[in-house]
Design a protein around this ligand. Structure first.
Ligand SMILES: Nc1ncnc2c1ncn2[C@@H]1O[C@H](COP(=O)(O)OP(=O)(O)O)[C@@H](O)[C@H]1O
Ligand SMILES: [Mg+2]
Length: 298
């Protein structure tokens, strides 16, 4: 079982047509044909969209993505048109709205990894590979890889797991030329972001991008380099061989799997609401990530 514990209703805004409710973002189309992407405070964990929101999360994700788009502008064009709230939309949308080009999305989750953990570690332990790429012996949870690697995944529906695939499989699905462009752009952006984060005492362990086509041009879309799409680790406590502390939903995951939640991940039951202290700690982590990376006060 998985999905939304409570599926949100789209808002009725004059001039906007609702097109999609994602795990975190709601998409509308405006009269110019552009997309209006609104980042909610929804939180997903273990393939569920939780019944409790994290105040300001959607704003943090939007502002952080905007900051990164600026840092990356010379490497790859992005989908942003403006952050203006459409006339007639609620004031609540301020700071969480991105008006963006409506792209032909490439159905591949473009993941770059500089460190080994998560699904990469699981595959490595089975076969010494990640997405079919051979890696040296002796790596453990949190180890830095010899160099960053492109480890694509197929994009799953809400409630389904993304699935790691080989580069060859991506090339079969989207064509060799597009696959090469995706890999090149993913690794270029990862390299830039890793260096910026490192200067600020943050390790960018891995991250996921989504790209789309605007005519013949490959454009970076969605959110970029946020705690929802990336693993950020404080550099000063990095220690391979164990799970690393991180700037994301770790508190939520730990609480959900602890006896305190009373929830069994393997059961058919939806996860319970989060207690206030978990909400507060999670909000603080997202804000800390924003402040550490951008150097700006929230
Ligand atoms: N410029 C764009 N054009 C078309 N679709 C986009 C664009 N930017 C992002 N998207 C799509 O908008 C959705 C964002 O909502 P999100 O809550 O992140 O969804 P998901 O549950 O798929 O992660 C994703 O499906 C993403 O692929
Ligand atoms: Mg998403």
């Amino acid at each position: 079982m998985s999905g939304f514990v409570e599926k949100p209703e789209p808002l009725q805004v004059p001039g906007l047509v609702h097109v999609h409710t994602g795990k975190v973002r709601d998409l509308y189309r405006n009269e110019a044909g552009d997309l209006v992407m609104v980042a909610s405070d929804r939180m997903s964990a273990y393939d569920w969209v939780l019944p409790t929101e994290i105040p300001d999360k959607g704003r943090v994700l939007t502002q952080l993505s905007m900051w990164w788009f600026d840092q990356l502008a010379d490497l790859v064009p992005n989908h942003v048109i403006s952050t203006d709230v459409p006339p007639g939309a609620p004031a609540e949308w301020e700071g969480r709205t991105t008006v963006c080009k409506s792209l032909q999305m490439v159905p591949v989750e473009c993941v770059a990894r500089g460190y080994l953990t998560g699904s990469g570690l699981l595959e490595y332990n089975e076969s010494r590979t990640v997405c079919g790429l051979a890696l040296p012996d002796g790596l453990s949870d949190g180890s830095e890889l010899p160099g960053p690697i492109f480890t694509p995944a197929t994009k799953a529906e809400v409630g389904e797991h993304d699935e790691n695939v080989s580069y060859e499989e991506v090339a079969r699905q989207v064509g060799a030329e597009t696959a090469a462009q995706l890999r090149q752009a993913t690794l270029a952006v990862y390299g830039r972001a890793r260096d910026i984060a490192r200067e600020r005492g943050v390790i960018l362990a891995d991250t996921k991008f989504e790209f789309g086509f605007d005519g013949d041009d490959l454009v970076i879309a969605d959110e970029v380099l946020t705690p929802d799409s990336s693993r950020f680790w404080p550099a000063d406590s990095w220690q391979p061989g164990r799970a690393q502390p991180s700037f994301d939903k770790q508190f939520v995951r730990d609480w959900l799997t602890s006896p305190a939640s009373g929830w069994d991940r393997k059961s058919e039951q939806p996860p319970p609401p989060l207690p206030q202290d978990v909400v507060d700690a999670t909000r603080a982590k997202y804000i800390e990530a924003y402040e550490r990376l951008t150097g700006l006060p929230w």
